[in-house]
Design a protein around this ligand. Structure first.
Ligand SMILES: Cc1cc2nc3c(=O)[nH]c(=O)nc-3n(C[C@H](O)[C@H](O)[C@H](O)COP(=O)(O)OP(=O)(O)OC[C@H]3O[C@@H](n4cnc5c(N)ncnc54)[C@H](O)[C@@H]3O)c2cc1C
Length: 261
């Protein structure tokens, strides 16, 4: 069995700075990490590998720096890494990203399962996994919190819902997106990181993938970011004085006045 994990490199920050000229997040000088949701996807793949002898390939679309994240994924237990990179990919929206990824995954050869995170920490559209499934012509189950059974040509999973979960089964190959409830990701070991340094990671550009130029970059992106703004700063809270009973009475009155109750 071969599992493909799609990982995105994201900036490690909760402080968002906007580049008004580019209408995008200013990532200059920020440390870059594997999108946290993708570490759950990778951990799940590595656990399947450890339990059943599957092989795990990681794939990512992004600039040169993405190489570091692919090597970290190898150090966490992936067997192969593939980097899809081309300056012309810049300005690709989630649909175009899914198109690039799909052609990259097809170039890898046969595979059984594709695992994505539920969303990226920065873009957070949650669209790439389902769009990727559509591009590959595969079924997709989102928000997977547990893989109950996985065998040749068959998977059964628990899909998280607002008030519980659904059990969904289907044929392989399939694309799933996972939530953080699925496992506790391991950290890359130092030994693994040293070993990963020596691995050759193929880098494929648009012509290696035989891409249609009308389907990536700004020209191939049906969506555009009209405006980006940071969240408004939090206003200071209000302290309510008095005994606990008085505090509750005052709080209820304030909530009623504000028509919250
Ligand atoms: C008009 C437009 C222009 C943009 N231009 C740029 C740009 O120039 N440079 C840039 O970096 N971003 C750019 N973006 C953002 C970029 O399109 C998205 O970050 C990317 O498509 C993924 O979407 P998302 O972050 O919403 O991921 P989500 O859909 O939230 O991610 C879900 C899952 O999909 C997988 N995934 C997502 N992205 C990747 C990836 N790149 N490689 C592998 N797996 C992935 C991961 O498993 C992830 O957990 C642009 C977006 C728009 C709308």
């Amino acid at each position: 069995m071969r599992i493909v994990v799609s990982i995105k490199q994201v900036p490690e920050t909760t402080e968002v700075k906007i580049d008004p000229a580019k209408n995008s997040v200013d990532t200059e000088g920020l440390t870059r990490i594997i999108n946290p949701y993708d570490t759950y996807a990778l951990e799940e793949a590595v656990r399947i590998k450890e339990a059943s002898g599957a092989t795990v390939a990681v794939i990512s679309v992004g600039p040169e720096k993405v190489d570091e994240s692919l090597r970290e994924a190898l150090a966490m237990g992936a067997d192969e890494g593939f980097h899809l990179s081309d300056p012309a990919f810049e300005g690709s929206d989630p649909l175009a990203t899914a198109y690039i990824l799909a052609r990259g995954i097809e170039k890898l050869g046969p595979y059984d399962l594709v695992i994505c995170g539920r969303q990226a920490m920065d873009g957070a559209s949650g669209q790439v996994g389902p769009s990727l499934a559509e591009e590959l012509g595969l079924p997709c189950v989102t928000f997977v919190r547990k893989i109950e059974e996985l065998k040749e040509g068959y998977i059964r999973v628990q899909r998280m819902t607002d008030d519980g979960y659904e059990v969904v089964e289907g044929p392989l190959p399939m694309v799933i997106t996972v939530v953080k409830e699925i496992n506790e990701p391991r950290l890359a070991s130092l030994k693994g990181l040293m070993k990963a340094k020596r691995v050759t990671i193929p880098v494929w550009n648009a012509s290696d993938l035989g891409l249609d130029p009308a389907r990536y970059g700004p020209a191939g992106s049906p969506t555009s970011v009209a405006r980006l703004s940071p969240p408004p700063p939090r206003t200071g809270g209000e302290m309510i004085e008095g005994t606990p009973e008085e505090q509750v009475r005052i709080l209820v009155r304030k909530l009623r006045d504000a028509k919250v109750l």
